[in-house]
Design a protein around this ligand. Structure first.
Ligand SMILES: [Zn+2]
Length: 336
């Protein structure tokens, strides 16, 4: 891959390309943002563009020996470091500093990428600071962090700071497709998963599928008012472990809200191609026939209130009853 092929954060891509084009590469950079994998991809491809022997002025060719070696983690002048345990140890950074004093082994530049750069202990950070203060023109340091506030201000002030935006759903989808995930599956994964692309795997997909299926089943029973007692008992059972219950309940209400929105879309326009759960269209059509726009709107609002009440830390039993009652005919009549 090259810089140009990276997905998302186009502004940062343009900034990096600008450094390369103008041959004004800062000796130390901080890449700050919520997705460590995404930042690492940017850092690796920027390093590649810096040492590539055949690319244009501002990007990597992705084919020359250094480019290929970097992809395999075998290029000696591009090093990725991570904390040894919870923190970077002093010995680790001493070794890095000693290497940084020597000339690069193969090309003109040497790039050090530090993952979780907010984690050196203090004496290690101070030793490292000296290296940043007296930069060798051949060295480039890229510090990756998910929490820039934990990086010493003295280090921050020596670095060019680039702040990364989280990827949008659409960008996550494109990134998954680039990694070979089929487009429809990528669309659903991007929609339902947290935005960290690194964490998405086949196992997550299966787990998510199972959740979606079981939430559809719960919603169907509630709308049809059949076996509601079982749902109630299951939720009471789960509410014994408070933390796990809240996580489950929040996810359940979220997923059901999305299903309800799909029903709303079908009620407004049965031919609409904008369903999120388009693979459940047939079942959702059946359920749409049992309800109407007003009731569905009421339920969507109700689910929003419940999500807010979870934040407010309301009693688990109150939340459960509110949830179940919103679907009962009396509940709808009383509130709607
Ligand atoms: Zn190259």
């Amino acid at each position: 891959m090259s810089l140009a092929e990276l997905i998302g954060n186009t502004r940062i891509k343009a900034t990096l390309a600008g450094y390369l084009r103008n041959e004004r590469v800062p000796s130390s950079l901080i890449f700050a943002g919520s997705d460590p994998y995404h930042q690492l991809q940017f850092a690796m491809n920027f390093a590649k563009a810096l040492v590539c022997q055949k690319g244009s002025h501002f990007d990597a060719c992705d084919r020359c020996r250094p480019c290929l070696a970097i992809d395999r983690g075998l290029y000696p002048d591009v090093r990725v470091l991570e904390p040894d345990g919870q923190f970077y140890r002093k010995a680790q950074l001493d070794e890095l500093i000693a290497t940084a004093c020597q000339r690069p082994m193969q090309g003109e530049r040497r790039v050090f990428i530090l993952r979780d750069a907010q984690r050196p202990n203090e004496s290690a950070a101070n030793a490292f600071l000296k290296t940043l203060e007296e930069p060798l023109p051949s060295n480039v340091f890229i510090l990756l962090t998910t929490n820039i506030n934990l990086i010493l201000p003295t280090i921050q002030s020596r670095c060019q700071i680039l702040k990364f935006m989280p990827l949008s759903n659409h960008e996550v989808k494109l990134e998954l497709q680039r990694r070979g995930v089929d487009p429809e599956k990528a669309r659903l994964m991007a929609f339902f998963s947290a935005q960290c692309v690194e964490d998405l795997s086949e196992a997550d997909w299966q787990e998510m599928e199972e959740k979606r299926r079981s939430m559809l089943c719960i919603m169907e029973r509630l709308i049809r008012q059949s076996e509601v007692e079982d749902i109630l008992l299951d939720l009471y059972d789960r509410s014994r472990g408070r933390e796990a219950f809240i996580a489950y309940f929040r996810e359940m209400v979220n997923l059901i809200s999305v299903l309800l929105r799909d029903i709303m879309v079908l009620l407004v326009d049965p031919e609409s191609g904008t369903l999120i759960n388009s693979d459940y269209k047939e079942k959702l059509m059946e359920l749409a026939a049992l309800t109407d726009i007003d009731k569905t709107f009421f339920l969507i609002r109700k689910m929003e209130f419940l999500l807010r009440d979870i934040q407010r830390n309301l009693n688990a039993r109150v939340l459960i009853l509110e949830f179940i009652n919103s679907y009962s005919p009396q509940g709808m009549a009383a509130n709607g």
